[in-house]
Design a protein around this ligand. Structure first.
Ligand SMILES: O=C(O)CCC(=O)C(=O)O
Ligand SMILES: [Fe+2]
Length: 327
């Protein structure tokens, strides 16, 4: 006897190690227009669960879910059209048209649209103009851009990440499992490609512009929330033994008003960011090797809460769908 929703029935089959039966059940439900089954199949294809990752096929499931009226699916589709996941190229204009449609019935979409319409961007969502950076230090090379983001943009980043925050963790290379991050005691969330709303996309473009890199070089935007006494101990952002090194870091200060929590460079400045400020620094020397001079920390919070968003930028294009923390 089968009971429960198609999702529940399929989950039981997956738990019984019968993935083919689970997928077949979801596909039958999807054919009958079950929107949850359509979304589940889309997410499996995007994540590569129960089979190889298949972005174009995921997009087809998602399209049907959106046609039937799935509100969160519509926002996901906007993100994927904008960043080009499962299609030939990123398509800002097409994504904007979808967002306008979604905004008619969904206040979340309407808020995103309003924020994007206030931005000064070109037909690809890239900034029309850039402010001048203020050098804070030469070695290590640290530059500040004051108020690069508006309070509303900062609030949007925190709002997207908020529900996804989890205690910081890294993948233990010896076991492949997640364990607590040894140097970072904060809550963290990654805004992956399926959550890269037009607001986030435009923010990522702006960070690419100020760092002189292409948007494709960035890891997904990573948001951190530090509560009292939480910190990020002295570290370098460059990774040991990676082929595609983190050459630069951009940090957005999403709020201010807390005590402590400055960003301290061991051999450089101590920065108390104001909301919307960005700092950009290099993590490698001119020969591409990790630069010990780039060592820095997020000092412990003494009072209040600190929110930042970090974009670690690679030497070459980085596939956001393959992101795993700490790798
Ligand atoms: O919290 C800070 O100020 C520093 C954050 C940091 O080091 C990083 O995100 O890589
Ligand atoms: Fe760092």
């Amino acid at each position: 006897m089968l009971h429960g929703s198609p999702i529940e029935q399929a989950n039981r089959l997956f738990a019984q190690k019968r993935p083919a039966d689970g997928l077949a059940l979801l596909k039958r439900a999807a054919k009958e227009g079950n929107v949850d089954a359509l979304m589940q199949l889309a997410v499996f294809d995007f994540a590569g669960s129960h089979g190889a990752r298949d972005l174009p096929r995921g997009r087809k499931w998602l399209r049907r879910a959106v046609e039937i009226g799935h509100v969160d699916g519509a926002l996901m589709e906007v993100a994927l059209v904008a960043n080009g996941s499962g299609q030939a190229h990123p398509d800002w204009t097409g994504a904007l048209a979808l967002l306008r449609t979604a905004a008619q019935g969904d206040p979340v979409a309407a808020e995103q649209l309003e924020l994007v319409e206030r931005m000064s961007v070109d037909g690809q969502g890239r900034p029309d103009a850039l402010p001048k950076g203020e050098p804070l230090s030469k070695t290590p090379h640290v530059v500040r851009y004051r108020a690069l983001f508006s309070p509303a943009e900062c609030a949007q980043v925190a709002a997207v990440a908020g529900p996804m925050l989890e205690p910081s963790a890294i993948v233990d290379p010896s076991t492949g499992t997640l364990r607590p991050h040894p140097v970072r005691t904060a809550m963290a969330a990654v805004i992956g490609p399926a959550k890269e709303s037009l607001v986030i996309r435009a923010i990522n473009h702006r960070l690419a512009a100020v760092t002189g890199t292409s948007t494709e070089q960035g890891e997904p935007l990573s948001v951190m929330r530090y509560d009292i006494s939480q910190q990020y101990r002295m570290h370098i952002d460059a990774l040991p033994g990676t082929a595609n090194q983190r050459i630069k870091t951009a940090i957005i200060y999403l709020n201010h008003g807390y005590e402590g929590g400055e960003t301290l460079f061991e051999h450089g400045p101590k920065i108390a960011g104001q909301q919307g400020d960005v700092i950009v620094f290099d993590n490698v020397r001119s020969d591409g090797s990790p630069d010990p001079l780039s060592r820095h920390a997020g000092l412990p919070i003494v009072r209040g809460v600190k929110w930042i968003a970090t974009r670690w930028i690679r030497e070459a294009d980085y596939d956001p769908w393959t992101y795993r923390p700490g790798t």
